[in-house]
Design a protein around this ligand. Structure first.
Ligand SMILES: Cc1cc2nc3c(=O)[nH]c(=O)nc-3n(C[C@H](O)[C@H](O)[C@H](O)COP(=O)(O)OP(=O)(O)OC[C@H]3O[C@@H](n4cnc5c(N)ncnc54)[C@H](O)[C@@H]3O)c2cc1C
Length: 416
């Protein structure tokens, strides 16, 4: 069996895994990233969620104030430049940054290559062994062939706590999770603007529903903000299917979602004038699953922490997005923090409660169901990823404490 010794393994090449690999490699750490798909980016590219949320504080004055680290702010600015987009300020003061998935994909690859991160794609984590309070080995299957990796530390950015699952560690989980969505691109449309298109689709669905021509279980269809470009737009269909930890059933949901989109689109096309000459360009390859089971850390971020804007001495990320929950009826609810300066995520949400050399980032941090409804957005995933990478590169607990203080200071530079 092929074997690899390395300082750090990042499991999962989504937005959090990308930031974790950069954070660790900046400190000179040798990093191996394993990703089960043949492409990097996770939800951000393969499901094409389309906008980065949580990268700015809620806008309450004239200023646009970014939250996070120099790395997260500069990456976002590069993404805007390449995507030719700029932040959208909503009426409620929330700020989202539209992007082109292919540009994000390009940035991820360029930055990882520049940092000499060793990439193993089409490589799924299949086994993990621990001894006492540390992970000893990981087994990865790359195109069916096993590789054994011996790391100093592991950051689980899999979005579903795969390392804790394989080791049988206690996890944060529920029977069902928020509704999933499937995003697809429509081409050859003629619309004077995104607002007009959004309203026309809403009106059409209301009418079709009254006439019983839009199935009750088809849920909501909306325009991905900032995605109307020249003659194409991205649409998001929220799905009624129950989301559980059973990924096999999620594959079935994905097939049903594709079938629904192909069945619904002709009706929509006949009803919305702007779409009359349009067609489906593509259905993005990944089903957009918002939340799944998560790893348990030394601290579990709570709903109260988010809503009261709690601050921590060991803060390593600032969450600025409300708790966003998508129901199976297609409706979304937003619950805002009572403070304008967001809430802190402490370093203890990124470190396993059971193992010393296991860290987490992204939508797999140690947070309650409600709290992850906020902390899962990409602006926050970039911060927790970057911080986890830096912290995991510390060799001793004294070094790690010093890194946490450094991160805390860097984060303060962008605090409002
Ligand atoms: C429909 C939808 C709309 C959203 N809209 C927005 C939005 O507008 N703005 C926003 O900021 N956020 C949005 N989000 C949230 C955001 O996109 C995600 O929470 C975020 O991208 C998660 O990043 P991540 O890196 O933690 O996880 P993921 O993107 O899930 O990445 C995890 C990676 O780990 C890999 N992996 C999993 N298991 C293994 C294994 N065993 N071995 C190796 N690799 C593995 C996966 O293949 C994947 O690439 C949305 C999410 C959804 C689903």
């Amino acid at each position: 069996m092929k074997t690899i010794n390395t300082d750090l393994v990042v499991v999962g090449g989504g937005i959090a895994g990308f930031a974790a690999a950069i954070g660790a490699s900046e400190t000179g750490c040798e990093v191996v990233m394993i990703e089960k798909n043949n492409q990097l980016g996770g939800n951000a590219t393969l499901a094409n969620v389309g906008t980065v949320c949580g990268a700015f504080y809620r806008k309450l004055d004239e200023q646009l104030n970014p939250a996070g680290y120099h790395f997260t702010v500069s990456t976002l600015s590069q993404l805007c430049d390449l995507s030719k987009t700029s932040p959208i300020v909503q009426a409620d003061g929330l700020i989202m940054v539209p992007y082109e998935w292919s540009m994000l994909h390009k940035i991820i690859h360029q930055k990882l290559e520049r940092r000499a991160v060793k990439l193993l794609t089409s490589a799924a984590l299949a086994g993990a062994e621990k001894q006492d309070k540390n992970i000893q080995h990981l087994t990865v299957l790359q195109e069916g062939k096993p590789i054994q990796i011996t790391p100093m530390a592991v950051i689980d950015c899999s979005g579903n706590g795969i390392v804790s699952q394989l080791l049988g560690l206690q996890m944060l989980q529920e029977e069902t999770y928020q509704a999933a969505s499937q995003i697809f691109r429509v081409q050859n449309l003629e619309s004077p603007g995104e607002y007009q298109l959004t309203m026309a689709i809403k009106r059409a669905i209301t009418r079709l529903s009254h006439e019983n021509r839009w199935g009750k279980n088809q849920q909501s269809l909306s325009v991905v903000p900032g995605s109307l470009r020249e003659d194409h737009v991205d649409l998001k269909l929220t799905l009624p299917d129950l989301i559980t930890d059973d990924t096999a059933s999620n594959d079935a949901i994905r097939s049903r979602a594709r079938k629904r989109i192909n069945e619904l689109f002709p009706t929509l096309k006949r009803t919305v004038g702007y779409l009359s000459a349009s067609s489906i360009h593509s259905i993005y390859p990944q089903l957009g699953v918002r939340v799944m089971r998560r790893s348990r850390g030394k601290y579990v971020l709570t709903e109260k922490d988010v809503l009261t804007g709690k601050k921590f001495d060991d803060a390593i990320a600032v969450g600025t997005w409300p708790i966003e929950e998508w129901g199976y009826d297609g409706k979304v609810t937003l619950r805002f923090s009572h403070t304008p300066d967001g809430y802190d995520i402490p370093a203890s949400c990124l470190n396993s409660s059971a193992l010393e050399n296991l860290y987490f980032a992204g939508k797999n941090i140690s947070a309650s169901t409600a709290a992850i409804g906020s902390a899962r957005v990409m602006g926050t995933c970039l911060q927790t990823g970057y911080a986890a990478g830096r912290i995991a590169s510390g060799r001793t607990s004294v070094q790690r404490q010093a890194i946490i203080q450094e991160l805390n200071r860097e984060l303060s530079e962008n605090r409002i």
